[in-house]
Design a protein around this ligand. Structure first.
Ligand SMILES: [Ca+2]
Ligand SMILES: [Ca+2]
Ligand SMILES: [Ca+2]
Length: 175
């Protein structure tokens, strides 16, 4: 029994002790922790669009202009259990263990306000730039370095897995 919580504790400790390392880096997938869903992802999920100056997108109920990250799912379905997001400022935020269908553009609000629901990350974005990492239980699967925000635009990909640039916002939809 005592071994059940150790992998999670080790991950949290390693992150807390090293701000420079954006991820826990623990690749243990023993499937015995009861904490991490170790189901092999069938499809593919990636970072797709980022808003760090969102005055033009007011979809977060009650909170106009919140920051957000859009995740895109291809070739799914993908079980997001075991995936996490981080900006390197705190412990990686675990995504909700929810199965997402291919073609989904999933909004994650970056407002550090879990009281608003499952899709509210534990960190905020800076308009001066961020390095964001999406990881599975096996390690990083995608990352991007967003330069300083540009008015009226979001940091986004031009296609699945494509190059990043500032472009017109397309929240919860294809870029
Ligand atoms: Ca909010
Ligand atoms: Ca941040
Ligand atoms: Ca989009």
């Amino acid at each position: 029994m005592k071994s059940l919580a150790l992998p999670l504790l080790a991950m949290l400790t390693s992150v807390a002790c090293s701000e420079a390392a954006p991820l826990g880096g623990d690749s243990d997938t023993s499937g015995e922790t009861g904490v991490v869903d170790t189901t092999e992802p069938v499809g593919r999920v990636q970072l797709n669009e980022v808003s760090a100056s969102g005055d033009f997108v007011n979809d977060d109920a009650g909170d106009p202009g919140e920051d957000w990250i859009e995740l895109a799912v291809f070739d799914g379905p993908v079980d997001l259990g075991g995936y996490s997001l981080t900006d390197g400022s705190a412990d990686p935020w675990p995504l909700p263990p929810i199965q997402v269908e291919p073609g989904t553009y999933r909004m994650v609000w970056c407002d550090d306000d879990s009281s608003q629901g499952a899709w509210h990350a534990s960190f905020k974005l800076s308009a001066t730039g961020e390095h964001l990492v999406l990881a599975s239980a096996d390690g990083p699967v995608d990352e991007t370095t967003m330069p300083a925000a540009q008015d009226g635009l979001t940091w986004s990909r031009d296609a699945a897995g494509g190059a990043w640039a500032y472009a017109d916002p397309t929240p919860a939809a294809a870029n």
